[in-house]
Design a protein around this ligand. Structure first.
Ligand code: FE2
Ligand code: FE2
Length: 193
C-alpha cells in the first residue's frame, strides 16, 4: 500500500489508545506543519503556477484538518498543548543532502511531503480499523482518504518538475530509508513516532 516498505506494527494502536490526548496533540501539529509546508512551497517556487494553485488549496484543507483535530481536543475538555518533538521528521530530513540546484531542492521537498502523506495515510487507516473509540475511528477513516490524495499529488508534481527517472529512483531510495527508520519507531503515542 502506498509504496511503503514496512507496515506499522499494529501494537502501536494499543500505545495510542492509552494516551488519546497525546496523539491528538501531535496530530494537530502534523496538520499545521502540512499547511506550513504548502505555504513554504508557494514562497519558494512562486513561478510554478500550478503548484501555487494546488498548495493554496492544500494549505486551507490542512488548516481545516487542524481545526477538526483541535475541536476534538476541546470537546474532550482539553486544551491544545505545546508542539511535540517530531523525531520522524528530523530523521527523514537526514536523507536529503544539503545544497544542490533549485530544482533538486523542489523535488526533495515534494518527495519528503509525499512520504509524510503516505505514512500518515497508513497510520490513519490503522487507527480507523483498530481503535476502539468509535468517534475517532470514523474521523480517521475520513482523513485517510484526503491524505491518500495528497500523497498522489506530491508524487505527481515531483515527477513533473524533476527528471522522471531520477525522481522514481530517489523515491525508491527514500522508501528504503524510511523503512529502516520505521524499525526504530512505532513505539510512541505520536502520529509518526
Ligand atoms: Fe491533513
Ligand atoms: Fe495531507
Amino acid at each position: 500500500m502506498l509504496g511503503l516498505k514496512l507496515p506499522t506494527d499494529p501494537r502501536w494502536v494499543n500505545i495510542v489508545e492509552k494516551n488519546i490526548e497525546e496523539i491528538l496533540t501531535d496530530h494537530a501539529y502534523c496538520e499545521q506543519k502540512a499547511a506550513s509546508t504548502a505555504i513554504s512551497l508557494i514562497i519558494g517556487f512562486p513561478e510554478k503556477s500550478e503548484l501555487v494553485k494546488e498548495m493554496t488549496a492544500l494549505a486551507r484543507e490542512e488548516m481545516g484538518h487542524f481545526n477538526m483535530v483541535h475541536d476534538k481536543i476541546l470537546k474532550r475538555g482539553w486544551v491544545l498543548g505545546r508542539e511535540r518533538k517530531d523525531e520522524y521528521v528530523i530523521e527523514l530530513m537526514k536523507f536529503f543532502p544539503k545544497g544542490g540546484s533549485r530544482e533538486t531542492h523542489l523535488v526533495h521537498k515534494l518527495l519528503y511531503a509525499a512520504l509524510i502523506e503516505a505514512r500518515s495515510c497508513e497510520r490513519f487507516r490503522l487507527l480507523s480499523e483498530e481503535i476502539n473509540d468509535k468517534e475517532l475511528a470514523e474521523f480517521y477513516k475520513n482523513l485517510m482518504v484526503s491524505e491518500a490524495n495528497h500523497y498522489t499529488m506530491f508524487l505527481t508534481f515531483a515527477r513533473k518538475y524533476g527528471n522522471r527517472e531520477q525522481v522514481n529512483q530517489k523515491w525508491q531510495q527514500l522508501l528504503e530509508y524510511e523503512a529502516t527508520l520505521m524499525e526504530k519507531l512505532g513505539k510512541k503515542e505520536t502520529m509518526h513516532g
